[in-house]
Design a protein around this ligand. Structure first.
Ligand code: OGA
Ligand code: NI
Length: 364
C-alpha cells in the first residue's frame, strides 16, 4: 500500500509582530491575546526581594581561584542547579566585543525590511529561519516575538540557505560567537559533572559531536503587556542553554520557582545559563530543567540571543547509574536524543509537558 501523504499543517496566518507595531501601534490582534488563565499578572511580581534573585556564579573562581574559592563556587553551582535550574555566569571568559558584535548583527537583522528577512523563512512546523517556531495549528495563540533561528553544529544541521547575506558580517560573527559559546558550554558541563561528584569528562565523553543551535528573539514593545506573552512557558530540550540579554533591554525573562514567576534581573555582561531537559534526565531529576517564559514591556523592546547545546542525536540518554539509588529511584527511561529532539520540535511549548516523554510512568 502506498504510504499516506503527510498532510501539510495549517498554522493560519502569522502576523509579523514588528509589522503589527508599525501598522497599528495601539492594538493587538486577537490571536495574540491570551486566555485569562495564561495572562501574566505583572503586578504580583516583586523584583526587589533578594530571595527572588537568581544565583550568580563567578567562573574565574572555578578556573583560577584558590582551592577554597574553587570548592565554594562549585557548591554554589550545585545549589543553583538543584534549586533554581538557572544562574547567571560572570567572568565567563567570552570577549566583551564579541558579545557586543553578536548583539549588533542580531539587532541589525531584525531592523531589516520584512521582505529581506522573509528571504529566510521558517517553514511551518520547522524551527530554523525567520518567523515563529512551535506553531502547529490555526487556533494556537501566538507569542509577541519575532524569532530567527539557525542550526550551527554539527555541519549537517546547518542550512546555508537560511544564513542571511545582510548584515554583511552576520555569518562570521555568529560562527565566532558560537565557537566561544561552545567552549563555555564544555567548561560548564565539566564543572557541573564535578559538582555532582562525577568525573569531569562525563558529559563530554557521552555527548559525541554536540548539537548546537542559536535563536535570536526580538520582542517589540507591546501596548498591553498584561494580555500577551513574549514567549510561552516551556523548559528547554537542550542539555544547557546560554542566554545573552541585549544591553539596556527591559526585564523580560521569568522563571517559575515555588509556583511564582521570578524575573531575571540582567547583570551587566553576564550570561544566563539554564539546565535543559537532558541534564534533568541524566541527573535523574537532581538538577532541574526549570519552566520559564518571557513577558513584554509597554515602551521598551528586548533582544535575547539564545544558544542550545545538546548531545549528538544518536546518543542514548537515561539517568547516570551513579545518580540512581534507593533514595532516588530511576525516574526516566532510556531514549536517544534524536527521538527526544523530534518530539520536542513537533509539539507546542507547554510548560514542562515535553519531559513527560522521558518519564517512567508510575506503576500500580
Ligand atoms: C528560549 C527562551 C527567553 C528569552 O529562547 O528558549 O527561553 O528571554 N528565551 O528570550
Ligand atoms: Ni527557553
Amino acid at each position: 500500500m502506498a504510504p499516506m501523504p503527510l498532510s501539510p499543517i495549517n498554522v493560519g496566518h502569522i502576523d509579523d509582530v514588528q509589522e503589527i507595531r508599525k501598522a497599528k501601534p495601539t492594538s493587538i490582534p486577537n490571536r495574540f491575546v491570551r486566555n485569562k488563565a495564561e495572562r501574566p499578572s505583572l503586578s504580583s511580581i516583586s523584583p526587589l526581594s533578594s530571595s527572588s534573585t537568581i544565583p550568580v556564579v563567578d567562573l574565574s573562581k572555578v578556573v583560577q581561584g584558590s582551592r577554597d574559592e574553587f570548592h565554594r563556587e562549585i557548591s554554589n553551582l550545585a545549589v543553583s542547579c538543584e534549586e533554581w535550574g538557572f544562574f547567571q555566569v560572570i567572568n565567563h571568559g567570552i570577549r566583551l566585543d564579541l558579545l557586543e558584535s553578536i548583539e549588533k548583527v542580531a539587532t541589525d537583522f531584525f531592523m531589516l525590511p520584512l521582505e529581506e528577512k522573509q528571504k529566510y523563512p521558517m517553514a511551518p512546523g520547522t524551527v530554523q529561519g525567520y518567523g515563529q517556531a512551535f506553531v502547529f495549528s490555526e487556533d494556537q495563540k501566538l507569542d509577541w516575538c519575532n524569532m530567527f533561528a539557525l542550526g550551527v553544529e554539527p555541519h549537517f544541521i546547518k542550512m546555508p540557505k537560511l544564513w542571511p547575506k545582510k548584515p554583511l558580517n552576520f555569518s562570521e560573527t555568529v560562527e565566532e560567537y558560537s565557537r566561544e559559546i561552545r567552549t563555555l558550554c564544555q567548561k560548564l558541563l565539566s564543572f557541573i559533572a564535578m559538582s555532582l561528584g562525577l568525573n569531569k569528562d562525563t558529559f563530554e565523553d557521552m555527548f559525541g559531536v554536540a548539537v548546537q543551535a542559536v535563536r535570536m528573539n526580538y520582542y517589540p514593545p507591546c501596548p498591553r503587556p498584561d494580555l500577551v506573552l513574549g514567549l510561552s512557558p516551556h523548559s528547554d530540550g537542550s542539555a544547557l542553554t546560554v542566554l545573552q540579554q541585549g544591553k539596556g533591554s527591559s526585564v523580560g525573562l521569568q522563571i517559575l520557582k515555588d509556583n511564582t514567576w521570578v524575573p531575571v534581573q540582567p547583570v551587566p555582561n553576564a550570561l544566563v545559563i539554564n539546565i535543559g531537559d537532558t541534564i534533568e534526565v541524566l541527573t535523574n531529576g537532581r538538577y532541574k530543567s526549570v519552566e520559564h517564559r518571557a513577558v513584554t514591556h509597554k515602551d521598551k523592546d528586548r533582544l535575547s540571543i539564545v544558544t542550545f547545546y545538546a548531545p549528538s542525536y544518536e546518543v542514548e540518554l537515561g539517568p547516570i547509574p551513579q545518580l540512581v539509588n534507593e533514595n532516588s529511584p530511576c525516574k526516566y527511561r532510556r531514549y536517544s536524543h534524536g527521538e527526544y529532539n523530534k518530539y520536542y520540535v513537533t509539539n507546542k511549548l507547554q510548560g514542562k509537558k515535553t519531559l513527560e516523554f522521558a518519564k517512567i510512568q508510575a506503576q500500580n
